[in-house]
Write a protein of this length. Structure first.
Length: 502
C-alpha cells in the first residue's frame, strides 16, 4: 500500500448465501482522520460488509488490509485485536449484567490473585461514560436502562476499545437530539486523532453533517463513492435508488377512488415510538406502509391490533369506534396481523400444520365443550388445498416446511376466519420467487372481495406493485401519503430518510 493515510482497504469483497449474492466484488476504504458513510436501501449489503470487517462473517473472496497489512479476520475478538470496534445496530448487551461488566466483557481488569477487580472496572467504566457525558451508574444493571441509555453504554464500550477503526451502525436510531449531538462531538474528536470512522445511516441530514465521503451499495454491488462536499441530496437519493425496477407495475396506475373509508386511523400515538399517525383505507384497497429499519412500520401494526399500548388516538371501522386493547380482542373485532417474524410470533413450529391453521378457529370447531377432531381436520385440509401448501402430510410439523409454506400456513389460519382487516408485515421476506407471487396473489384476492389490507414492506418494488396508496414512515411519523400514480422510488426513499424536496 503506497498511501500511508489509508487505514482500511477492502478490495473485491464477495459473500453469498443460498440463493442470495449479499456482496458482489465490493471495494471500500477508510482514510486516517476520515468519517466515511455507508448508504443504501434495506438489503443493499451494508450490514454484511461491516460484519465481515468486524470478524462476525467470513468472506468468500477478496482482501482486507489494515495499515497496509493483509489480514483474515477470524472472529470479532480477532477484529478487536486488529484495532476494529463495531457498534452494532442490534444492541449486543447482556441485560442481567451491570453496565461496567458489559463494557469490559471478556477483558475485565483483574487483581494479583486473578479475580475480577470490580472496583477498578467500575472506575474505568465511569471514565468512558463521562467521555460521552453520560450520568449512567456503572454498577447499574442493563435491564433497568432505557434503550437509548443501553445504546450509550455500547458507545462507551466501543470507545473503551481504543480502536483505530470504529464502525457505527445506525447509532442515532434511539438517541435523543442532545445525545446525538454529543456523539457527533466524540466522532469529531476521533477524526482529529487520526482514527477512521465508518458510519451507517439512513438519515440524509446526518450523512451530510458528519461524513467526508459516502459510499453507496445497491443489491450487494458498489454504486460509487463520492465526496459529500460535492454531492447534492438529490444526487445521493438517485445513487441509492437507481432507476432499475425489477418488477413491472400493475397495469392500473390510476388513483383508486373507492367508497367512504371503512378504516380510519386517527392521531395514533405512543410516547417515544409513534407520533400522530393518520390514514384511511376503503374496502377493496391495499394501503402500503414503507419505511427504513427503525422507522416505526411494525409499531403501527402492533398498535392497531393491541399488541402494544397507545397513549392516544382512535381506530374507527364503518364509523364505529373500535377498542383493540389486546390482539385477541382485535381478532374478535375482525382485525389480524400476519407478523414479520413468523417463526417466533406467528407459528407453533413444534405442532402439526392442521393444529396451527385451526387454532384461531377452535371456538367454531367444537361439539359441546370438546374439539371436534373431524371438523378440525376438514377445516384445515380445505385451507391447505386452497392455499396450495406443499407438505408430506397435514400433520407434518411446521418446522419442516419451507419459508414460503410456513407463511402460507399463517395466511391460512387467518383467511379461514374471514376477517375485515388484514395487516401484513413483510409477508414475502425470506421466501422464494414462486411463493412470493402466490402470496401476493392471495393478498390481492383479499382486497378484491372487499377486504381491507395494510401491507408493510421494505421492498419498494413490492409496495409500488401492490399498494393503491403508500404511507411513508420516518422516525415514528408518517411523513407522506402518496397515491400509486404519483409514487416513485426516489420519492419513497427521500421521504423515508426525512428529506421531502423532490
Amino acid at each position: 500500500m503506497s498511501n500511508p493515510a489509508l487505514l482500511l482497504e477492502v478490495r473485491g469483497l464477495s459473500k453469498s448465501y443460498p440463493g442470495v449474492r449479499a456482496l458482489d466484488n465490493v471495494d471500500f476504504d477508510v482514510m486516517r482522520g476520515e468519517v466515511h458513510c455507508l448508504a443504501g436501501e434495506n438489503g443493499a449489503g451494508k450490514s454484511t460488509l461491516i460484519e465481515i470487517i468486524g470478524g462476525s462473517y467470513q468472506k468468500d473472496s477478496g482482501t482486507i488490509c489494515i495499515s497496509g497489512k493483509e489480514v483474515t479476520l477470524k472472529s470479532p475478538q480477532h477484529a478487536q485485536q486488529c484495532g476494529i470496534a463495531v457498534l452494532h445496530q442490534e444492541l449486543p448487551v447482556l441485560k442481567h449484567l451491570s453496565v461496567a461488566e458489559n463494557i469490559f466483557l471478556g477483558r475485565q481488569p483483574r487483581n494479583k490473585l486473578g479475580f475480577v477487580d470490580y472496583r477498578e472496572m467500575n472506575r474505568q467504566a465511569e471514565k468512558w461514560l463521562e467521555m460521552i457525558d453520560s450520568k449512567i451508574d456503572p454498577r447499574a444493571l442493563m435491564n433497568g436502562l432505557s434503550i437509548s441509555k443501553q445504546q450509550l453504554v455500547s458507545i462507551a464500550k466501543a470507545i473503551s476499545l481504543q480502536a483505530e477503526i470504529i464502525i457505527f451502525d445506525e447509532p442515532s436510531a434511539v438517541l435523543t437530539d442532545q445525545e446525538l449531538e454529543r456523539l457527533f462531538q466524540i466522532i469529531s474528536l476521533f477524526r482529529s486523532e487520526g482514527k477512521g470512522i465508518v458510519y451507517i445511516s439512513h438519515r440524509l441530514e446526518e450523512i451530510f453533517e458528519i461524513a467526508d465521503r459516502v459510499t453507496v451499495l445497491r443489491n450487494g454491488k458498489l454504486v460509487g463513492t463520492e465526496l459529500t462536499s460535492t454531492l447534492t441530496h438529490e444526487g445521493l437519493v438517485k445513487m441509492i435508488v437507481g432507476h432499475q425496477v425489477s418488477e413491472e407495475y400493475i397495469s392500473n396506475k390510476e388513483p383508486l377512488h373507492g367508497p367512504q373509508p371503512s378504516l380510519v386511523i386517527s392521531k395514533l400515538s405512543r410516547n417515544g415510538v409513534l407520533t400522530d399517525i393518520n390514514f384511511e383505507v376503503s374496502r377493496g384497497e391495499i394501503f402500503g406502509i414503507y419505511g427504513l429499519v427503525g422507522s416505526g412500520r411494525t409499531e403501527v401494526a402492533r398498535a392497531i391490533i393491541g399488541a402494544d399500548p397507545i397513549d392516544s388516538g382512535n381506530i374507527f371501522f364503518d364509523s364505529k369506534k373500535i377498542e383493540n386493547h389486546t390482539p385477541w380482542q382485535a381478532v374478535r373485532n375482525g382485525f389480524c396481523l400476519i407478523p414479520e417474524d413468523r417463526k417466533s410470533q406467528g407459528l407453533f413450529l413444534e405442532k402439526p400444520i392442521i393444529d396451527n391453521i385451526a387454532l384461531p378457529a377452535l371456538p367454531q370447531l367444537t361439539s359441546g365443550v370438546l374439539i371436534d377432531n373431524k371438523k378440525m381436520i376438514d377445516y384445515s385440509t380445505e385451507l391447505i388445498r386452497k392455499l396450495k401448501i406443499t407438505a408430506s402430510h397435514p400433520r407434518q410439523y411446521v418446522k419442516f416446511l419451507s419459508g414460503g409454506n410456513q407463511q402460507k400456513v399463517i395466511l391460512a389460519k387467518w383467511l379461514g376466519l374471514k376477517l375485515k382487516v388484514y395487516i401484513f408485515d413483510e409477508p414475502t421476506r425470506g421466501v422464494d420467487i414462486g411463493a412470493k407471487e402466490e402470496i401476493r396473489n392471495l393478498i390481492r384476492s383479499i382486497a378484491q372481495v372487499d377486504g381491507i389490507v395494510i401491507l408493510i414492506s421494505s421492498e419498494i418494488s413490492e409496495i409500488m406493485t401492490m399498494a393503491d396508496k403508500i404511507g411513508v414512515m420516518h422516525e415514528g411519523k408518517m411523513t407522506a401519503i402518496i397515491e400509486r400514480a404519483q409514487a416513485t422510488r426516489e420519492k419513497l426513499i427521500s421521504y423515508s430518510m426525512g428529506y421531502k424536496n423532490l
